[in-house]
Design a protein around this ligand. Structure first.
Ligand code: FES
Length: 160
């Protein structure tokens, strides 16, 4: 009978068995360089640098983030930076911590709904400022101030 199941149905069933798996993207396209509701690509490593508590992102190099309705992860563990940077459907930029405040699963930008959602089974939902729309997340995602200047983002790492 399993041979008759299509791929999506098999994923659904395995998600139930494993306790959760986002089904909004077929797993065989996970390496695609666009963000979807449960997949966020890593930032182009040549597109950013950090100087004095500010993360600078060159949007001419960072082609994914340059397009509206996309997001990228910025992960620099040695500097304790774990962030999702979003270019919203409304042409605004946001930077949030990338781990859900419920169980530390990563969050992703859901372009269709213009929200941030946890990739974990419970799917907590946050607005683009990081506020909780739907739990079980107990508190907001940390939010970082973003300034857009001449095709460049400046994200203030202190405060937030
Ligand atoms: S870890 Fe996000 S809802 Fe549980």
């Amino acid at each position: 009978m399993d041979e008759l199941l299509d791929r999506r149905e098999m994923l659904k069933r395995s998600a139930l068995l494993t306790g959760g798996l986002c089904l909004c993207r077929p797993t065989d396209s996970i390496s695609a360089t666009q963000s979807t509701c449960c997949h966020t690509p890593d930032i182009d490593s040549t597109s950013f640098f950090i100087q004095q508590d500010t993360l600078f992102i060159d949007l001419q190099r960072e082609k994914i983030l340059n397009k509206q309705g996309n997001a990228v992860f910025v992960s620099i563990p040695e500097q304790e930076i774990e962030m999702i940077v979003i270019h919203s459907n409304n042409n605004e930029y946001f930077a949030l911590e990338r781990f859900c405040t419920h169980g530390r699963q990563v969050v992703s930008f859901n372009k269709k709904r213009n929200i941030v959602q946890c990739n974990g089974y419970n799917h907590s939902i946050f607005d683009l400022s990081g506020n909780v729309i739907k739990g079980p997340a107990p508190r907001a995602l940390r939010s970082f101030r973003v300034v857009f200047k001449e095709n460049r983002l400046e994200i203030l790492l202190a405060g937030g």
